[in-house]
Design a protein around this ligand. Structure first.
Ligand code: ADQ
Length: 484
């Protein structure tokens, strides 16, 4: 199959969160199982800063998006995803010259322009594409354009579309003027189309117009069809429930290999290596160096979704235990400030790293003992998978993909790979943290079993990729069925 994988962020070129990890890895694994796939993303300013884009091949010069009302030209540059022969195309335009990948005031223009530029490029250059996999709201106008502006285009009208929802909490909601900017018909401002409580909702458009929809775990695919977790789109999702699937994300096991990863202090083959990483991490972050003291960590975008209010509630009680606490994250200023205060309050025991640093993330995954992820909701979650890959035991709230990946440790059967809780309450989180710390301190032989259980889990991309292939096939059948 010929597949275009479209994403606003792709690792390692521009990563803000988990979407980039998937966009940088899944296409490689699709290629490995024989699919003909390319990736396409905006040439963000930070890519120009961090890469020598002059060595990228220029494949298109001065094209104009066919439909969009913002008549600025774009170029298309080509490179490969690192360590692979998967082509990645970058749309180069003034529109993407923002400091941040997601800069609120520029996103209406950026996302609409990108969507139409992608279709223009496919129509003019890659006209054999059979499936377009769009991701999240920034690319959600693609099937809307196809249905309304390109319905009789001989190339674009034949292509099937798959929408992957990585996070329903972000939908792309704008005033109705955005239709003029995007040059989409005014009648889309209509409850049966893109209208959403007096505004326009891009993700709603993609849910309605994509051939197939999926999200990133089976549990989350169920949850989002309920009023409690549907973020006001549950009704629309229920309408499409026959075409809504959940495919659990994987992680790139070759790039994240504890036995070969040079970003960590010591390659990890066994529990002794794990302890070496912990001791080095304590030293590196100026924490008191103690072999028997568990390091509890959090690596996260610092937003409400991630359950940070629960962590605040319990922090002082947790710090009464003999533990170190490490956080790596950026986001909401109130959370950043709070973690700064924690570091000051517990010198030598708490470390707040308020920055985006992929190398440090790896050192923390490898050097901590317990990884916190008490999310309010979690479509899939990659942090718990990375932590387990490096032998760190997750403590999670059982929701979405966390429910699908973490199994409560049972001392008798010695099965399970973490600890967790269901109700979104701080005392429940506290109990789970206590339980983990108890096993660490009081039952070291069980802890080593847990370590081995975590490292023995398999969340590699192979199975994810083959499920996406099935999804694409379904999208093709559906589209062809509708046409004939
Ligand atoms: N300060 C920092 N420095 C370095 N690295 C940092 C960092 N803060 C976060 N990261 C990294 O960013 C990624 C976060 O991925 P997650 O899947 O855990 O959450 P996110 O909410 O971004 O993703 C959304 O999309 C993904 C992909 O589908 C879903 O798994 C998830 O549930 C959904 O919310 C991880 O690779 C993590 O290591």
């Amino acid at each position: 199959m010929k597949i275009a994988y479209v994403s606003y962020e792709v690792a390692p070129f521009a990563k803000v969160g988990g979407l980039a990890d998937i966009a940088g890895a899944l296409p490689k694994y699709l290629k490995k199982i024989g699919e003909d796939v390319f990736v396409i993303m905006p040439l963000h300013k930070r890519i120009k800063k961090n890469y020598d884009t002059k060595i990228f091949e220029k494949v298109v010069e001065e094209y104009y998006p066919i439909t969009h009302n913002f008549k600025e030209p774009f170029n298309v540059l080509k490179s490969n995803l690192p360590n692979s022969d998967v082509p990645i195309y970058f749309i180069e335009s003034e529109v993407f010259n923002t400091e941040e990948v997601y800069e609120d005031s520029k996103l209406a223009l950026g996302s609409t322009y990108f969507s139409d530029a992608v279709l223009t490029f496919i129509r003019e250059v890659k006209n054999d594409v059979e499936v377009i996999n769009i991701n999240d709201w920034q690319t959600s106008l693609i099937p809307v354009y196809m249905r309304h502006n390109y319905i009789s285009d001989p190339t674009l009208s034949k292509i099937s579309t798959v929408l992957t929802i990585h996070n329903l909490g972000y939908q792309g909601i704008f005033g109705k003027d955005v239709l003029d900017l995007a040059n989409l018909p005014g009648y889309l401002y209509n409850t049966d189309a893109l209208e959403f409580f007096g505004d326009i909702n891009f993700l709603k458009g993609a849910i309605l117009y994509s051939d197939i929809i999926n999200t990133v775990s089976k549990t989350y695919a169920e949850e989002i069809q309920s009023p409690e977790m549907g973020e006001k789109l549950d009704g629309v999702l229920r309408i499409r429930s026959d075409n809504l699937y959940g495919i659990l994300n994987g992680i790139d096991y070759s790039e994240n290999d504890p036995k070969n990863d040079d970003r960590i202090f010591n390659h990890i083959h066994n529990y002794k290596d794990k302890v070496k990483n912990k001791l080095k991490l304590q030293e590196y972050l100026n924490l008191e160096k103690k072999r028997d003291r568990p390091v509890i960590s959090l690596i996260s975008r610092l937003y409400d979704q991630k359950g940070l209010d629960l962590i605040f509630d319990i922090m002082d009680y947790v710090m009464m235990l003999d533990v170190n606490f490490v956080v790596l994250g950026t986001g909401d200023k109130k959370y950043e400030k709070y973690f700064e205060e924690i570091e000051e309050k517990y010198p030598g025991r708490a470390s707040a790293n308020l920055k985006f640093d992929v190398d440090l993330a790896q050192k923390i995954y490898a050097g901590s003992d317990i990884f916190l992820m008490p999310s309010k909701y979690e479509p899939c979650g990659l942090g718990q998978m990375f932590s387990m890959r490096y032998g760190t035991v997750p403590v999670v709230r059982y929701t979405g993909g966390l429910s699908d990946t973490v199994v409560e440790f049972d001392e008798k059967t010695e099965k399970g790979n973490g600890f967790g809780f269901f109700e979104y309450e701080s005392c429940k989180l506290l109990k789970a943290v206590l339980k983990a710390t108890y096993y660490y301190k009081m039952k070291p032989e069980k802890w080593e079993i847990l370590f081995n259980n975590c490292m023995g889990k398999n969340f590699s991309m192979e199975s994810t990729a083959s499920q996406y292939r099935d999804l694409y096939k379904m999208a093709l059948t559906k589209k062809r069925g509708a046409q004939y």
